[in-house]
Design a protein. Structure first.
Length: 62
């Protein structure tokens, strides 16, 4: 799940999803909604760039 991977990345960086959304200029709860809807490619790329990971690593299924 994308949201879970992003939460883990936030934990590793001592931040949280709300701070990440603010930093990236996303609306409140944008990332949390990805639990039930698909993110845009652009927004997913912004998150990947922020954490210096690939989009594939955010999308992979374990």
């Amino acid at each position: 799940m994308i949201l879970e991977r992003i939460q883990n990345l936030c934990n590793e960086r001592n931040t949280n999803i709300a701070q990440l959304e603010k930093e990236l200029g996303f609306g409140k709860s944008t990332i949390r909604r990805w639990n039930t809807s698909s993110p845009s490619v652009d927004n997913l790329q912004k998150v990947a760039d922020y954490f210096k990971v690939s989009v594939d690593s955010l999308l992979k299924k374990n």
